[in-house]
Write a protein that binds this ligand. Structure first.
Ligand SMILES: [Ca+2]
Length: 119
């Protein structure tokens, strides 16, 4: 499935998206938490709520500390996701400035759930 996502995105001319395991693990952690606790909530709404809550200083950018905090909140930080996973995830997903915006993380989470609806 990830190969399909990469092909779809690259064919639209967005930045190349060859995701490594750390990104998949972040996506899986959120999805597992949603299915366990918010199974009645649409994945798009869940992603927005969780990501907005993760951005504790509301600057629209997620720092590593903010991502670690949200992973702890959803019980996904260690042993499932390690500090190294989160650093790798940021390296894979952050823009040139080294930061990851809330919009970017919402998009990443939605790609895992429902790649065919991405426009
Ligand atoms: Ca922030």
């Amino acid at each position: 499935m990830l190969a399909n996502i990469a092909i779809r995105l690259s064919s639209r001319g967005t930045r190349p998206l060859v995701r490594a395991m750390s990104t998949t693990k972040v996506q899986e952690a959120f999805e597992a938490y949603r299915q366990s606790n918010f199974s009645q909530t649409l994945s798009s709404r869940f992603a927005k709520q969780v990501v907005d809550a993760a951005d504790t200083d509301k600057d629209g950018v997620l720092t590593k500390d903010e991502i670690v905090a949200v992973m702890k909140n959803i019980d996904a930080f260690e042993p499932f996701l390690t500090n190294a996973d989160i650093e790798l995830f940021l390296t894979e997903s952050a823009g040139a400035d080294g930061s990851l915006s809330t919009e970017e993380l919402i998009t990443i989470l939605q790609l895992y759930k429902d790649p065919m609806t991405v426009k």
